[in-house]
Design a protein around this ligand. Sequence first.
Ligand code: PBG
Length: 328
Amino acid sequence: MAFPTRRPRRLRRTETLRAMVRETQLSPRDFILPLFAMPGKDQRTPVPSMPGVFQLSVDQIVAEARRAHDAGVPSVILFGLPEHKDAQGSSGWDPEGPVARSIAAIKDAVPEMVVITDVCMCEYTDHGHCGELVTARDGRVEVSNDATLELLAREALCHARAGADMVAPSDMMDGRVGYIRGTLDDEGFTDLPIMSYAAKYASAFYGPFRDAADSAPQQGDRRGYQMDPANAREALAEVELDLDEGADLVMVKPALSYLDIITRVRELTDVPVAAYNVSGEYSMVKAAAAADWVDGTRVMLEVLTSIKRAGADLILTYHAVEAAEALG
Ligand code: PBG
């Protein structure tokens, strides 16, 4: 017989049939929207490298959170632009800082919104690194792992006290999940979950974010603490450590160049897995769509579907509201 008997095309003939056999269903519930909190009032400063993304004062961040909620997006993650930066990043635990104030304002206006906070020092240090700098034995200036743990714990505690629903350490110091867990427990926040940026790579895809968060390192790079893009097994080791230390959810970041890592982490653990569709991934889609080189909406949905298909339960994405609206 010249013709095939199994014909997969039979199930592709109509949209109803295709929808019935679709394996991966994207939903607005999958998305977490990153927002950048700045001081002041009525401020919406566009981020030039990220069309559609703004640095927002507290009143504006509440409006944005409300928009996300109306579109069916259940959660936001907050990043801070402080008024003042210093070597330690002390604004990171300022209870009057833009993140702490935004948490309280969002929880007040949209109580169901799950407010997550990014916990890291790079937005608050004047040198732009994710922790405190020290001179090592061999004379190199590097980020001190153990001195940074205490600073991160202060920041996480500040967010917890302001009413955050979850904290997400993104610094990549060794032992930080356990240290933050211990501090939160000691202060009575035993029920506050930690989503760890468990496998976070030293990626060039963070470029536009560093404009948005004003957090580029003044000198050097983050390769001494973030992961080498060439490593996969190491990601699994990082995830296991964070789980041992008490991480409730684990994240892979970036997403698109690391879909294999998402799949392997998904196979390793039964806790929820998140993936961060980072700034550079967003900006590439926006730039190509603006030039009319690709259909922006379709590419966006295809990207997000691939991340979910790879195994992510949750996707942190600047596309969150747009994608939720496109899904209807
Ligand atoms: C903080 C942090 C970064 C991102 C999230 N948290 C930047 C970095 O590590 O340099 C990147 C997010 C993005 O690119 O969208 N350390």
